[in-house]
Design a protein around this ligand. Sequence first.
Ligand code: SF4
Length: 322
Amino acid sequence: MNQIKTKCVFGPIPSRRLGRSLGIDLLPYKTCSMDCVYCECGATTVLTSERKEYFPTSAVLAELDAVLAKDHEIDFVTFSGVGEPTLHSGIGEIIRHIRLHYPELKICMLTNSTLLDQESVLEDLDGIDVIIPSLDGSNEEEFLKVNRQEPGITLASVVSGLLKFRARYPEVPMWLEIFILPGVNDSVESAERFRQLMEKIAPEKVQLNSLDRPGVEEWVLPEPFEILEKIAAVIGKTVNVEIVSRHKVQVKTADRETPSVDKYNDLILKTLRSRPCTAEDLSVTIGIPAERITPHLRRMERAGLVISEEGSRGIFYRPLER
Ligand code: SF4
């Protein structure tokens, strides 16, 4: 396979949960086994469950080594990005490489859980330190409505995968994320069904999330904080629950409109057309925290909307006009 410039490694990004976290993004834009209505990366264009070497593993490792040779203050290497990381068939080799050459680094896996019921995927995840899987439906209907997954993937197969992971790696902490959407999976009945699922899976903690960045679909709205609290009280009878959504204020109907990814991108592009900016410059101009704008710029770069280059004050972004 020809070597190609991958740019799969990004960051490090300061993270409340993971310290200084270096991201690895193994999928081309926008390849995923789901097309979640809330995805902040935009709509999935390649909906697939096929595992393959989307970027040459050797190129990813070379890039990772080059970054780690310069920066010695990384706490975590986190697999995340614009698609489902376990779709990359070289992920096991990458994890083994990190374990062998950087034993002091911790490895975190963000996953949509869809491939965890495959033996080869479970085997590849040997050596990770934390798993943050997602599970957004309390029944099949909700699951399909929120995640619009690849045909063949069901809530039952995802739960089966999570149970297999727990059985195989009981020592790996699991922080399971549930994304709550008004009118879809926020009822009392849904909360009780989620509680029953959590009783089976027994994650170390559940993190309830809600929209605080633009999603794919404009009908997706933030969940009012008091509803998240009610759901947390039900699930919390069984496992530890944390609300990670930043929407701590009552959301009134008039305030609930959230810009789509396209509108968010337009705002950034408009600023960049006037002058190239660093993530920090954009953070000040647009009012989005720097630690949130960096991964977003990374996704825009992967989508071919912006280009980055080294400048006097760090990495500068400018629009990639076509
Ligand atoms: S939120 Fe994650 S799983 Fe869902 S479409 Fe986006 S990248 Fe895929």
